[in-house]
Design a protein around this ligand. Structure first.
Ligand code: FE2
Length: 206
């Protein structure tokens, strides 16, 4: 892991700046929403995930983490990507948009897990510790900081202050309508609870 910045406050390397600019460009291209609510949601997620990674001493290229955070919900909106549910489509979008990029040393399967399992409400057996940070970051975000997984209350509150919520509640309502219309059952079986889907099965490990 080289030339990495841990937060948006630090100027990233040239490579990092390119990855983040690409992440932002794809986000703007796919997101139909005006206002900053959705963008700030993704940036809070990035901050929480990197705070947890840092606290736990885990290695992940933070510029790649930024891409994951900015695109983790785009499967709900993308018309180009395929999958049984929106998280699979977010993975498809991630893989399509990073096909020609150097994503560093983290195995692709771990990057997939970061997207595929971040909306699980309960701990996922055998999930990689890096992907667990994204799952916890989502819980921190949606509990508005009630869940902090041992992180300092003031640091978490500061992230919510730096990235105000804006119109994100309206965006969430639209997410719910889109998902209920397109894939109502997968919400239960594939996304929040993931019955029958585990990282072990994904990896093909016995
Ligand atoms: Fe999200």
């Amino acid at each position: 892991m080289t030339e990495l910045s841990s937060t948006l406050d630090v100027v990233p390397s040239a490579r990092g700046a390119r990855l983040r600019a690409h992440a932002d460009a794809v986000f703007e291209q796919v997101s139909p929403y005006s206002g900053f609510g959705f963008r700030h949601h993704c940036r809070r997620l990035f901050r929480f995930a990197t705070m947890l990674l840092e606290r736990d001493g885990l290695r992940l290229d933070y510029d790649v983490a930024y891409m994951i955070a900015m695109w983790h919900d785009l499967g709900i909106l993308s018309e180009r990507d395929e999958g049984h549910h929106y998280l699979q489509r977010s993975v498809a979008l991630f893989e399509r948009e990073t096909r020609d990029l150097n994503l560093g040393e983290t195995p692709p399967q771990i990057l997939r897990e970061c997207i595929l399992y971040n909306h699980r409400l309960m701990p996922v057996p055998n999930l990689s510790p890096v992907a667990e940070c994204f799952r916890r970051a989502v819980l921190m975000e949606h509990s508005r900081g009630f869940c902090r997984f041992g992180l300092d209350r003031a640091s978490v509150a500061k992230v919510f202050e730096e990235y105000p919520r804006g119109n994100f509640d309206r965006v969430l309502l639209d997410f719910a309508f889109r998902t209920l219309r397109r894939e109502p059952l997968s919400l239960v079986t594939g996304i929040f609870f993931g019955l029958g889907h585990t990282p072990i099965a994904e990896r093909g490990t016995p």
